[in-house]
Design a protein around this ligand. Structure first.
Ligand SMILES: [Fe+2]
Ligand SMILES: [Fe+2]
Length: 148
């Protein structure tokens, strides 16, 4: 079953969207990766909406876990893609993924161990930076390489 497909945000959640897909800034022109980045944004938006609407912790944790596993899946797919096109900076990119994942895991762990109803604003800032700096900056490098 596709776990992401059923996570389509409701109208309300879309209105509250925190992370906006911007094809000019975030689109890489690598179809499969653009689609995965959009799914990541969809999950981030869902997490944000749940946090904003003070949803039960169980639901927030469920989406957080889905975002975590989708992130792992995306990084693996992206690394396979970079390998397939002979991207020379693969190792560096892998290290950046590892560090992003460690930070993500630390934020998620801190939230789960806390009694807070939702992840911290620092966590959402981290997600936003990830999108802006990683997709638009770091991921763009393999897209440029693929077009050489
Ligand atoms: Fe990516
Ligand atoms: Fe990446």
């Amino acid at each position: 079953m596709n776990t992401v497909a059923k996570l389509t945000p409701t109208k309300h959640e879309q209105d509250e969207a925190f992370f906006k897909w911007d094809s000019g800034r975030l689109g890489l022109g690598v179809e499969a990766m653009d689609a995965e980045h959009q799914k990541l944004i969809q999950l981030m938006n869902q997490l944000y909406s749940l946090a904003e609407s003070k949803a039960p912790r169980g639901r927030v944790e469920m989406v957080l876990d889905q975002l975590a596993s989708y992130t792992v899946k995306h990084f693996e797919a992206e690394e396979r893609y970079m390998k397939s096109i002979g991207f020379p900076e693969l190792i560096t990119h892998q290290q950046i993924h590892k560090s992003l994942l460690e930070k993500f895991t630390a934020h998620a762990k801190a939230f789960k161990e806390s009694k807070d109803p939702a992840p911290s604003s620092e966590f959402f800032t981290f997600l936003k930076i990830w999108l802006q700096a990683h997709i638009a900056g770091v991921d763009r490098k393999y897209a440029q390489h693929s077009k050489k």
